[in-house]
Design a protein around this ligand. Structure first.
Ligand code: ASP
Length: 261
């Protein structure tokens, strides 16, 4: 039940380091924005400009393509020949697709302690000030040393509303296995998100939980069995997976899921 978090923190490559300092070196739980940056500076955590040339160009391309009725004009074919823009199109397609990037990692130590961290760059092209679920204790991560640990990736808003990771851990406290607790929580998120549906009435978002309990039993669980990416222009299916490392080595496993594409 020790925790530390930072959010809306810019210019710091590894925010989880700063979150760890909040946990170990303050009597507070959550620092955000400018205050979190000042705290990181005070501890000598290096600052850097994280905007790469590729990211800048991709943002500009996305911005220009959004609407033909605003002041940002598209540059057409010439722009699409730029290797950085090509990289984006080949990886994600030309449509308004907004990838995300989160890592959650939970562990049971040899001495029986449970630990976890969730770290993210958040959602591409988000509203300034938008905070996802990753740094929110109980949503993107929850660790109770007596019961288990859970973290998430995917649609942050749906997960925040249901305090997803906390719910998973509470269901394990009541006796559910990591897998059953995670799938039951995904079902609750789906039932609580009736306005977020595709044209067939199915959830239009992905959400994943990664869970371990005090006994070392673990599970990954996904709302959808995987996703169709537009890699190289072909619709390639990537199954929902999670990584495990234990005495048997490190490996990827496919996640049990609620719904099939
Ligand atoms: N959960 C993250 C967020 O909502 C995104 C992600 O998992 O990639 O910000």
């Amino acid at each position: 039940m020790k925790s530390g978090a930072v959010g809306a923190l810019e210019r710091i490559k590894n925010p989880s380091r700063v979150a760890r300092l909040v946990m170990d070196q303050t009597n507070r739980a959550f620092l955000v924005g400018e205050g979190a940056l000042k705290f990181a500076r005070a501890h000598g955590v290096p600052e850097q400009n994280l905007l790469t040339e590729r990211s800048r160009k991709i943002w500009l391309y996305w911005k220009e393509k959004l609407s033909g009725r605003d002041d940002w004009m598209e540059r057409g074919e010439e722009e699409q020949k730029d290797p950085d823009i090509r990289w984006y199109i080949e990886k994600f397609g030309v449509e308004d697709f907004r990838p995300q990037g989160t890592i959650n990692c939970n562990a049971l130590t040899a001495s029986g302690d449970l630990v976890g961290t969730t770290t993210t760059s958040g959602l591409f092209f988000k509203l300034p000030g938008r905070l996802g679920d990753s740094p929110v204790i109980g949503a993107g991560l929850y660790v109770d040393g007596e019961v288990g640990a859970c973290g998430s990736t995917g649609w942050g808003e749906g997960n925040i509303r249901l305090c997803g990771s906390h719910t998973v851990v509470e269901l394990m406290r009541q006796g559910k296995s990591p897998q059953d607790a995670a799938l039951a929580t995904l079902e609750r998120v789906v039932n609580a998100s009736k306005y977020y549906r595709d044209k067939n009435g199915r959830p239009d978002f992905q959400l994943n939980y990664y869970v371990i309990n005090k006994k070392g039993e673990y599970a990954g669980a996904a709302l959808w069995n995987g996703s169709y990416g537009l890699a190289g222009g072909s619709k390639k299916f990537t199954p929902s997976r999670f990584a495990v490392a234990d005495a048997g080595g490190a490996r990827l496993q496919e996640s049990p899921y609620l719904m099939k594409r």
